[in-house]
Design a protein around this ligand. Sequence first.
Ligand SMILES: NC(=O)c1ccc[n+]([C@@H]2O[C@H](COP(=O)([O-])OP(=O)(O)OC[C@H]3O[C@@H](n4cnc5c(N)ncnc54)[C@H](OP(=O)(O)O)[C@@H]3O)[C@@H](O)[C@H]2O)c1
Length: 302
Amino acid sequence: MSQSLQVLIAGSNGQLAQELTRKLAFAGHRPVAMARPRLDLADVSTIRPALSSRAFDVVVNTAAYTAVDKAEDEPERAVAVNAAGAGALAAAAGDAGIPIIHVSTDYVFDGTKNSAYVETDPPAPLGVYGRSKLEGERLVAQGQPRHIILRTSWVFSAHGHNFVKTMLRLSRERTTISVVDDQYGCPTAAGDLADTIVALLPHIMSTHASPDAFGLFHATGRGTASWFSFAEAIMNGVAERGAQRASVIPIKTADYPTRARRPAHSVLDSSKLRHVHGIEMPPWQRGLDAVLDELVGQVRQE
Ligand SMILES: NC(=O)c1ccc[n+]([C@@H]2O[C@H](COP(=O)([O-])OP(=O)(O)OC[C@H]3O[C@@H](n4cnc5c(N)ncnc54)[C@H](OP(=O)(O)O)[C@@H]3O)[C@@H](O)[C@H]2O)c1
């Protein structure tokens, strides 16, 4: 590695923040992860002091209000963190002359397209969370032209709250689990997204970086799943590791009402990331295997 970078990670306890901290250190960089109250995206007065506390080379914003259903009941808070806070962080990075990598979501789309969404497709969020993240994209781009916005989806890891961990808990409590089979997306291991961010750094740090290196990119695990087929893959992995699996029953979204509406088909096309940066994320099943190895244990050798 040529250059060791001091990286400010906004958010330190989230799925992506934890993986990114580990991967950056492994790659020889110097991550500094900051959480509330020291860096609170809902309190913009904390942002500039946090950013100027050290000579950071780059900022990565992993912090977000991610409670999709709860956001419907507290839209001001979701917007404060995901839009105003993210925008203020980008503006501070712009003033400091350092690039920012910001993470967004497939929920900026309404999920009515039958094929995978590309970056130029018009967004049309269905709920408060998606709207707040879309406004965040706009404000980040406005605050620091040297930005990369990575839209990702269905993030899972061995820590924090996510679908894989919920399925593992339910498999210990029940014999059958009902899971919706008419919402499709791209599961993404937080560790794989962290690898992508680490790989992007040299491309955006160079003073000769082309303007094409910056902008909006889709970045998800390779391949598609419904929540049902994702759950099936988790249960198969559980059984392969010698643990008790539950049966998964497919149901319709209409049979599992939630506070926020979710896109039916929010599959993202990540080929721009490959064309511009030469980065191809691995199949989501690989990340799932790694997480199950960590949470359930290694497959027993005969
Ligand atoms: N999870 C997904 O399925 C998913 C899907 C698509 C996109 N994304 C995006 O991917 C990124 C990373 O997601 P993730 O799964 O790692 O999220 P996560 O595990 O929910 O972590 C989010 C982190 O943000 C922090 N946070 C919340 N409000 C904050 C505030 N006001 N100031 C500072 N930090 C604050 C939280 O802190 P506390 O720990 O203190 O609460 C938490 O550590 C986010 O931008 C998210 O929108 C996630």
